[in-house]
Design a binder for this molecule. Sequence first.
Ligand code: FE
Ligand code: FE
Ligand code: ZN
Length: 281
Amino acid sequence: MLKIGCHLSSSKGFVSMGRTAVEIGANTFQFFTRNPRGGAVKPLDLADIAAYRDFAAEHGLFPILAHAPYTLNCSAADPHIREFAHNTLADDLSRLEHIPGTLYNFHPGSHVGQGLETGTALIAETLNAVLRPDQSTTVLLETMAGKGSEVGSTFEQLRAILDQVEHRERMGVCLDTCHVFDGGYDIVGALEDVLEKFDRVVGLQRLRAIHLNDSKNPFASHKDRHEKIGQGSIGLSAFAAIINHPALRELPFYLETPQEEVAGYGQEIALLRGLYRETSA
Ligand code: FE
Ligand code: FE
Ligand code: ZN
C-alpha cells in the first residue's frame, strides 16, 4: 500500500495529527518539531505521546517524519547561529526518542559565502556533536534547490556531508521532488538517470523519504516554490512514475504542497492512491 501523508500542524499534539491523517486517507504525516522560525518550544506532553503511540500502532502510521525548523543553519559563519542549530537538533533528537523509529529531516544549511567545503565541514561537525550511536531516530539531509548559498543541492554535496559523519548509519536522505527538479535533476524526462546517479553518489539504501511537491518554476530554476501536485512544471505523469518506481514505491511520501485546508491534501492523497499500482506480491 502506498505510504503517503502530508505536512500537518503540530499545535494540537500528536493524537490530533494522527486523527487528521486518518481522516484524510493518509497513513503517515510530517510535522514541525517546533515553530519553523525558531523560538520557544512547548514542554512535551507525555500523555499525548503515549496515547499517540497506541493510535499509531492501531492505524499503521509508521514511520512519521519530524521536520526541523527551516531557519536552522548548521553551516553559518556566526558561531551563535551554529550553536542555536546544535542545541535545537540535540533537543529535538532527545524528544524524538519518545516516538521510537521516527525520521527527522533538516535542511543542511547555507554556507553564506564561506564556500561549500567549509559549509559541508561545519554541518558534519554539528552532526558529529549531536548524533548518538544508540538513538532510534534516523536523521535525514533534505535535498535542496540551490537557492543562495544552500548546501545540499547536489548529490555530491550530500555525500560529502555523510562522509564526514561518524555515525552515518543513523542518517539518510529525504529527496524533495520540487527541490531536485529546481536544482537541475530531470526527474520528469530522465528519472532513471537521476536515480542511477543518486545510487552511484549517495546510495539508494540511504534514501528514506520523499517530499512530493510540484514546482511553480521551470527546470533548473534554483527557486524552491512548491506547487500543488499536477499543477506545476513537474506534472502528474512524473508523479505517477515516481510513486510506482521499484526503487521508490516502498518509501514514505510526504506532501508539502500549498494547500489552504487539509482537505486539499486529502484530494491529492486520493489522486496519488488512484495512480499507485498495487503489486500482487
Ligand atoms: Fe524542508
Ligand atoms: Fe521539502
Ligand atoms: Zn521547499
